[in-house]
Design a protein around this ligand. Structure first.
Ligand code: PRP
Length: 226
């Protein structure tokens, strides 16, 4: 790997598209990453910029170990992975929330169910919430997706998952019982790169920050006009 490159890890999927859109609006040439391809490393040799396409849950790992200098990843993944890195910018998009959800009948009664089984893709988040915050002992059941199924078939009483529109919950007769944390995409930076590649990283962060400011004031103006 050529160390003179700046390497950015993107979360394959929706977040990657929105991240590229933001970077381009901030004046960063991302054409190399726009090429239709199955390649996982996309490079712009002139700009010495490299994009790596990772599974969302792995982005913090690449950044912590310095295989990527920067990354764009959801706050839910950061909370679950608990990696050593700098979280430098809230990018705003990918907004949703981490919640405890379950059958509508449990609304307002979450604390009254002893020894709950909690199905989730986020075992660390779930454990921190129930055991550290609520001081309650629970059984965590790790699943890999379609977590809403668990309370429907009696695998668990409740789930910890992200809720975006709320449609999946509604269509399965489930509801939010408690909100754990708001979630959105974040820019993260490797701790060594932040110092060693400051000449490249600082201007990039400044450009993205300026674009976020423009977006924020546009949203404010729209709110005023209404
Ligand atoms: C996510 C999440 C919920 C759903 C929430 O699942 O785990 O199931 O989206 O979105 P909504 O509130 O807009 O309905 P994803 O689509 O990532 O698939 P998965 O269940 O296989 O993880």
């Amino acid at each position: 790997m050529d160390r003179s490159y700046l390497t950015l890890a993107l979360s394959k999927g929706r977040l990657a598209d929105q991240a590229l859109e933001l970077l381009e609006a901030a004046g960063i040439d991302c054409r190399a990453a726009r090429v239709e391809s199955r390649r996982l490393i996309l490079e712009d040799p002139d700009a010495k910029l490299r994009f790596i396409m990772a599974k969302p849950a792995d982005v913090p790992t690449y950044v912590e170990y310095g295989a990527a200098d920067l990354g764009v990843v959801g706050k839910d993944t950061l909370l679950e992975e608990g990696r050593q890195l700098y979280e430098v910018l809230n990018l705003g998009f990918g907004a949703c929330r981490l919640c405890v959800c379950g059958p509508e009948a449990l609304q307002g009664r979450l604390d009254r169910i002893p020894n709950k089984r909690v199905a989730t893709k986020y075992p660390r988040v779930a454990r921190d919430f129930f055991e550290l915050k609520k001081r309650e002992s629970v059984e965590i059941i790790r699943l890999n997706g379609s977590v809403e199924l668990a309370p429907l078939v009696g695998l668990a009483e409740v789930i910890v998952d992200i809720v975006e529109s709320g449609r999946t919950l509604k269509e399965n007769g489930l509801a939010v019982l408690e909100t754990i944390a708001p979630v959105s995409a974040r820019m993260v930076v490797n701790r060594v790169s932040m110092k060693m590649k400051a000449d490249r990283i600082a201007p990039l962060l400044a450009a993205v920050r300026a674009e976020l400011e423009v977006r924020r004031s546009r949203t404010e103006e729209r709110r005023h006009d209404r």
